[in-house]
Design a protein around this ligand. Sequence first.
Ligand SMILES: NC(=O)c1ccc[n+]([C@@H]2O[C@H](COP(=O)([O-])OP(=O)(O)OC[C@H]3O[C@@H](n4cnc5c(N)ncnc54)[C@H](O)[C@@H]3O)[C@@H](O)[C@H]2O)c1
Length: 385
Amino acid sequence: MIKVGVIGSGSMGSGIAQVAATAGHEVVLFDTNQDALEKAMNKLQKILARLVEKGRIDASTSTEIFDRITPASNLNEMQGSGIVIEAIIENLEIKKSVFSRLEEICGDDCVLATNTSSLSVAAIAAACKNPNRVIGVHFFNPAPLMPLVEIIPAIQTEEAITSATRELVGSWKKVTVLAKDTPGFIVNRVARPFYGEALRIYEEGIADFATIDWAMKEIAGFRMGPFTLMDFIGNDINYTVTETVFAAFYYDQRYKPSFTQKRHSEAGWYGRKSGRGYYDYAEGGEMPIANENKELGDQIVWRVLVMLINEAADALFLNVASKEDIDLAMTKGVNYPKGLLAWADEIGIQKCVDGLDDLYNEYLEDRYRCSPMLRRMAKSGNTFY
Ligand SMILES: NC(=O)c1ccc[n+]([C@@H]2O[C@H](COP(=O)([O-])OP(=O)(O)OC[C@H]3O[C@@H](n4cnc5c(N)ncnc54)[C@H](O)[C@@H]3O)[C@@H](O)[C@H]2O)c1
């Protein structure tokens, strides 16, 4: 079995190290910050102990997994790895300098992977003399629990590297999808309206946070309403992702961030981690009561859902991924109750087109433009599946 190098021992790096070690690989975990590395090793030990307590693994397996992870304080220890997965700070210049140093340390046959969420894999690969073996391998947080990994070949990546990496990550009991090197890949692009349209509905005064959350959870079947989810993710982080995607798409109005979220972030109302977000999590804080009006709920669900379907259809239209991978990404990466394209078939493509056109005609905003993919399909009477 190949040795796996992981760079960066934060939330993602330590999770990825756990995944690879659990799959039986020797793992070398490197961080420039000794303190972070020590904390990561302690955390890993605790997580593995908890898995034993819960009866998921036995004590000897837990020890074996932990012993397979070696903390390293020198990047040279990546030598001999079959793959190195970088999960450091989201900064292009720093990532590029790490990749160019890695190229000197690792053998020619070592795959160099990045866990970036928002940077271009092509830009990171360009730091290497041989960019053909650089690839995006995007895990979701927490990596040991979330089944999805997006595999993102850059335009420079060799076909054989893509298939070998996909096979390797698949052998770690992960569901892999192939995504084009475009902003947000699949999940962080297609999911934007779940937050953006919910925020817009609130800003228009159609419903409050609790009512929108109730509708999306109880009527549409999402595991969590958008405001509860944004409070989990952190409004600072979710806002930054939205802003990054918006800029990366040359300010396409479909991805326009919301002032409501910006203000929450500026106020330090990040969500659960700060004790207050859209909801008050302080002791004694009261949860607002939703207006469980079915007609209003249906209206909310329809508007968010048709925008999500449009985004999924447009990702397919622009060949970001296959229809199967787009649906898998949303069900396995963010627990959507159904694949959005399968959902569109169920609703009826013409009905989706009409819904989007109604929104467009009302607001005359580019945000509501219907994807040519949906329009063409409606015209020809085709379905996605
Ligand atoms: N947190 C998420 O939900 C999430 C999900 C998917 C992908 N990502 C991506 O994964 C990467 C890491 O995110 P995170 O949330 O784990 O960050 P984090 O802040 O928890 O951890 C980053 C770690 O990298 C270390 N580091 C910084 N510069 C380094 C360098 N030059 N060499 C070695 N180590 C260095 C830091 O000391 C820190 O321990 C980012 O690219 C992020 O976009 C994050």
